[in-house]
Structures are given as structure tokens and as C-alpha cells.
Design a protein. Structure first.
Length: 176
């Protein structure tokens, strides 16, 4: 199992092999479709982004309200395909680490290989487990989106696996 600390070391990403297990720690950004659309539109307009993509990762997460005394409620992954229209552009502008669940489009898989990015998958149904990995949570942009605002989490030992590596390798789950 490989441990990756954010901001990541590029060599660590390049060394990942599809199917490899990963423990992720550090500052991780959270954004869903509306955040991706805004990031995309900002890039198209030539504007500045609310965080530096270099060394950063983005998690497609469906947050739930934090119970008293905790930084976040359930923190499970959401379907990655909803970000596919925007992901190639974000990768071309420096994003190299994406986390979600489910398959990606052919265009995204080609951009992953071209940009030497990786797609890590979170385990579906494990929102409570992932919440235990979150040590802090804050809104960093687009607060008007409510629960879909751009968040920054501090995570420790978040368990993931590499679904698509930087060389285009794709993990093929064994059939049952």
C-alpha cells in the first residue's frame, strides 16, 4: 500500500499502478459538478482559480451536515461521470489527482494518460469511514452553493485505490 501526502510528489503519482491501494493524507479539495462548471468557466474566461491545482487533489464527495463536535458528517464519494465534461480542461491546467466512484469517459481516460494524472476510487457506501479520516473542513469558495461549495478537507490515511494510473492502466475488477 502506497502512502501519498498532499501536496503530492509527482513521482508518487507516476509510480502508482492501477489496482494499487493508497492511503491519502493532507489538504484535499472537494468539488462536485457545480464547482467543476465554475472552475471550467473561470479558466475559459482567463480568471484566477480559488486554489492552485499543482500538488492538489479533488474529491467528488456528497457531504452531509456535521454532527456536533465533528468536522463533517458522512463523506462518501459521488459519481465521477458528472465531472467528465470539465475534467480534461482542469487536467490541462494542472489538476492531476481526482477521487470519486464509477467509470470515466473515454475523453477523461485519454486526458489522464496525456496529462499524467491519476483517478483514485473511493469505496462506495463508506461515507462514515471516510468521515473518520477528515480532521477539518472549511469552505474556500462558492459558499452560495451551500453543501456543494468548494471545500478544503484535512484528511489522514484516507483509504483509496488507483482505478486509472498515469500511464493509462485501468483496474479491471474481477467478476464475481
Amino acid at each position: 500500500m502506497l502512502t501519498i501526502k498532499l501536496p503530492y510528489d509527482e513521482e508518487a503519482l507516476l509510480s502508482l499502478v492501477a489496482s494499487e491501494e493508497v492511503l491519502l493524507s493532507g489538504r484535499l479539495h472537494v468539488g462536485r459538478d457545480q464547482v467543476h462548471k465554475r472552475l471550467y468557466d473561470t479558466i475559459q474566461a482567463g480568471g484566477g482559480l480559488p486554489f492552485d491545482f499543482n500538488g492538489a487533489g479533488i474529491y467528488y464527495m456528497g457531504p452531509s451536515p456535521a454532527p456536533e463536535g465533528l468536522p463533517i458528517g458522512s463523506a462518501g464519494p459521488t459519481t465521477s461521470a458528472r465531472m467528465d465534461p470539465y475534467s480534461p480542461c482542469l487536467m490541462e491546467h494542472g489538476l492531476r489527482l481526482m477521487i470519486g466512484k464509477g467509470p470515466r469517459s473515454q475523453a477523461v481516460m485519454e486526458a489522464i494518460r496525456r496529462c499524467k494524472a491519476v483517478y483514485l476510487q473511493a469505496y462506495g457506501g463508506c461515507g462514515a469511514l471516510y468521515a473518520q479520516c477528515v480532521k477539518s473542513c472549511k469552505v474556500i469558495a462558492y459558499p452560495e452553493l451551500g453543501p456543494e461549495a468548494l471545500l478544503e478537507l484535512e484528511v489522514v490515511d484516507m483509504p483509496l485505490f488507483c482505478m486509472i494510473d498515469a500511464h493509462g492502466g485501468i483496474y479491471q475488477r474481477p467478476s464475481i
